[in-house]
Design a protein. Structure first.
Length: 239
């Protein structure tokens, strides 16, 4: 199962340089003066001078280029794929029960056992199963530990869970990253009522702990311990 989650935003700025140029053109016509003088032996005529002046004109043209700044925002999405853990595909799996091996679904398991629910009809195991026939449990009610192989971070997305033998069983989850506790929660579980736990923000763990305590034995069952049962555990690596 793969989904997409919003990722980082990258802003790219593109600018055009502001350019202003001036072109000046000058046109001129020179001034010319002409003088004429006439003289005769009997009379003298006045000298006549004619002057012609042309005007010099200057034209100044300014060309302006407008600066345009374009900002392009690109939103990237980071894909994440949910790993669905059903305990039905363990290598060399026993037909009844067995230890969940280290490395199963890239996780290491401590105090984790898989159980064929058909062998435990009088228990809460049968009510926890969502993909037949196996569920997981914490034998003897001991705290279960799940760690990622090579310290890869992962999220806790969801799981289906019941109490195996007791009503009002106190179930607790802890999440750690690099030895720091960042998640803690408790829920009351019952034998006949299956609960689906989901969390959309439980991310960035390398270790999960599941613990149980208390509760009241359900009458008529084959045992009365503080075990719980779960199936369909979903996590997402690198989150």
């Amino acid at each position: 199962f793969c989904y997409f989650q919003d990722g980082s935003t990258i802003a790219m700025n593109t600018s055009m340089t502001n350019t202003s140029s001036t072109i000046t053109s000058t046109t001129s016509t020179s001034s010319t003066s002409t003088s004429m003088k006439s003289t005769s032996s009997t009379s003298t005529s006045a000298a006549s001078t004619s002057t012609k002046t042309s005007t010099t004109s200057t034209t100044k043209t300014t060309l302006t280029t407008t600066t345009t700044t374009t900002t392009t925002t690109t939103t990237t999405t980071k894909p994440y794929c949910t790993t669905r853990i059903t305990f039905d595909d363990i290598f060399n799996q026993s037909a009844t029960s067995g230890i969940v091996p280290n490395g199963y679904n890239n996780l290491n398991w401590t105090n984790a056992v898989y159980v064929n629910t058909s062998t435990m009809p009088l228990s809460g195991y049968l009510y926890a199963v969502t993909s037949v026939p196996y569920v997981a449990t914490n034998p003897g009610g001991v705290m279960m530990q799940i760690t990622s192989v090579n310290g890869t971070s992962f999220s806790f997305d969801s799981m289906t869970i019941t109490a195996a033998w007791r009503n009002n069983l106190a179930w607790t989850i802890y999440g750690y990253r690099s030895g720091v506790n960042t998640l803690a929660g408790s829920f009351a579980l019952n034998v006949l009522n299956r609960t689906t736990l989901t969390c959309g923000s439980c991310t960035n763990y390398d270790t999960l702990y599941f613990g149980t305590s208390g509760g009241t034995p359900y009458p008529g069952l084959a045992n009365n311990g503080t075990e719980f049962a779960f199936d369909d555990l979903r996590i997402s690596f690198d989150y």
